[in-house]
Design a protein around this ligand. Structure first.
Ligand code: UD1
Length: 423
């Protein structure tokens, strides 16, 4: 296992490039199952999760050729697909479950392992399954697997009890090959859903309204090939914005879709951070000291839960008290105990955290418990005085490409080392 060793207190400067979005790439790769022809994906990020999804597609029988230098991935179809996705792959990444809808639509049958619990909550898949049943799938649960089958899928109105991102994507993918029209109501509106729909439409799907809360899909007989370029990762961009904000720095972030980051930018502006836009580059300038700001995570266009840990880290250094509320996941405060070890004054109260800003954090050995919590600890360590060690960096590698190299490029004192301790 690797760890990051960080000597904090250095100001950042210069510019950093943002990669393609992890959360677009994963469902788009699953969506390639629907195609009967060659698919090319551009701007693909080199991430552990993306490589896991590539392994999932290979296990199903698709042929993939990747070139992470040019950020291109070619996917060749196969007449016969393996309908089973084993637990070994699903347990590595919940998003592997996205293959259920496309496999079912393409092959009439799919057997996919149920994702287990994970560090940030139980994360059930009931909304995915209810939606697929509404399209005519027969679902059997047993032995840790979901078995879905349908001689044909038929479009229908699917109302989601909660605008789940993954369920919207799974149902949307299945509906592209269903007979007739499907309406997904109370759909999730995240930009990654719009990106998936754009990809599927390039292949010949008929999807309207993605990015709004009603998505209309008119089923087609088959999908062809095509080329699609992934949108920039809004969470990676937001994380670098907070890095600048917390270290009192001024940096430039390239390849940003500002329209995808309105809630994050608005909250950072409330905290005193300034932004200057030139094309797709944004310059972030931190104030001397951050002001306290309350946030509440919500489905898009609300404040993203995937930025909550990083924003909380920033608020630990604000001048005053802030309240961080989490409404999407029931257990997404694993970073609180670790931030305390660095001298933060943070208290959990139900699904909120009260943060009393302190003047300084002090470096300490801390443990990443999940992807964004890990990122938050790295940011805190950059701002803290002295040395920190961030253990279990594999969580961070799932979603940030070359995180330490990009931060070092901005002037941070950070290195990746082998962690030989036994846990
Ligand atoms: C996606 C993102 C993740 C982000 C999350 C919320 C990907 C690969 N991951 O995850 O980074 O944090 O959206 O923005 O895109 N739920 C149910 N039943 C279901 C499905 C979800 O109860 O069938 C609940 C979950 O437990 C959770 C909430 O709904 O509390 C949100 O989950 P969802 O939007 O589905 O998140 P994911 O698609 O898993």
């Amino acid at each position: 296992m690797d760890k990051f060793v960080i000597k904090g207190g250095k100001k950042l400067s210069g510019s950093v490039d943002i990669n393609g979005a992890k959360n677009s790439t994963l469902p788009i790769l699953a969506g390639a199952i629907l195609s009967g022809d060659n698919v090319m994906i551009k701007n693909i990020p080199d991430l552990k999760d993306v490589r896991t999804m590539m392994d999932v597609l290979r296990s199903i029988g698709l042929r993939l050729t990747e070139d992470f230098e040019s950020r291109e991935l070619h996917i060749k179809p196969s007449e016969k697909l393996n309908i089973e996705t084993p637990y070994e792959l699903i347990k590595q990444m919940r998003a592997s479950f996205f293959v259920l809808g496309p496999l079912l639509a393409r092959m009439g049958k799919a057997r996919v392992a149920l994702p287990g619990g994970c560090a940030i909550g139980t994360r059930p898949v009931d909304i995915h399954l209810k939606g697929l049943e509404k399209l005519g799938a027969k679902i059997i649960l047993g032995h840790g697997y979901v078995e879905a089958s349908a001689s044909k899928l038929v479009g229908d109105n699917v109302y989601l009890d909660f605008p789940s991102v993954g369920a919207t994507e799974n149902i949307m993918m299945a509906a592209t090959l269903a007979e007739g029209k499907t309406l997904i109501e109370n759909a999730a509106k995240e930009p990654e859903i719009d990106d998936l729909a754009a990809f599927l439409n390039t292949l010949g799907a008929k999807i309207k309204g993605a990015g709004t809360d009603v998505i209309e899909i008119t089923g087609v007989k088959s999908l062809g090939g095509g080329t699609h370029s992934i949108i920039p990762d809004r969470i990676e961009a937001g994380t670098f914005m907070v890095a600048a904000a917390m270290t009192g720095s001024n940096i430039k972030i390239n390849n940003v879709r500002l329209d995808h980051l309105e809630a994050v930018i608005a909250k950072l502006q409330d905290a005193g951070v300034s932004f200057y836009k030139t094309g797709t580059t944004i310059e972030v300038a931190a104030p001397e000291r951050l002001k306290p700001v309350n946030i509440k995570s919500f489905p898009y266009p609300g404040f993203p839960t995937d930025m909550q840990p990083q924003f909380m880290a920033a608020m630990t250094l604000a001048k005053g008290t802030s309240c961080i509320q989490e409404t999407i996941f029931e257990n997404r405060f694993m970073h609180v105990a670790e931030l305390k070890r660095m001298g933060a004054n943070v208290q959990i109260k139900d699904r909120s955290v009260i943060v009393e800003g302190v003047k300084h954090l002090s470096g300490a050995p801390v443990m990443a418990s999940d992807l964004r919590a890990g990122a938050a600890l790295v940011l805190a360590a950059l701002a803290a005085s002295g040395k920190s060690e961030i253990l279990r960096v594999y969580h961070i590698d799932r979603g940030y490409e070359s995180f330490e190299k990009k931060l070092a490029g901005l002037g941070a004192d950070i290195s990746r080392e082998k962690d030989t301790a036994l846990y």
